[in-house]
Design a binder for this molecule. Structure first.
Ligand code: ZN
Length: 143
């Protein structure tokens, strides 16, 4: 069961950014809290960054960790901001997610463990990856 993996993952992540549930409830909006801390998903085409074409960096809305660059953003037509690559290997982490009867790979912030979205192996070349990310999990820093 993947619940076990998730728990092990959280316990082993002893970075100082690991905060309590109460901390996040206080700091985040209800929508942000639901998506980032409770593995929620925003409605497609609802997010403020879905259509964004400006140049800049996408950072974690919870902790400010740099996650994705506008250079790697592409229009996937799915209704969620989509990226071919993370900013770097250390900015995100992934875990297997077997919820909803589907085997998916969950993407979370490597610094504060915020849930960001999922990654699918059907993106454009050269990476072939599609990071499908909730706008709610992101903050945009214009270049
Ligand atoms: Zn974070």
């Amino acid at each position: 069961m993947d619940d076990m993996d998730n728990k092990t993952d959280q316990v082993s992540n002893d970075q100082e950014e690991m905060k309590s549930d109460e901390y996040w409830k206080d700091k985040l909006s209800p929508e942000q809290y639901k998506v980032c801390r409770k593995h929620g998903t925003e409605s497609p085409f609802s997010g403020e960054y879905n259509d964004l074409k400006e140049e800049g960096e996408f950072v974690c809305v919870c902790c400010g960790n740099k996650l994705f660059l506008s250079d790697n953003k592409f229009d996937s037509g799915t209704g969620w901001p989509s990226f071919t690559d993370p900013d770097n290997e250390e900015s995100i982490a992934t875990t297997r997610d077997a919820s909803l009867g589907m085997a998916r790979t969950e993407v979370h912030c490597n610094k504060c463990n915020a849930h960001l979205g999922h990654v699918f192996p059907d993106g454009p070349a050269p990476s072939g990856q599609r990071y499908c990310i909730n706008s709610v999990s992101l903050d945009f820093k214009k270049k």
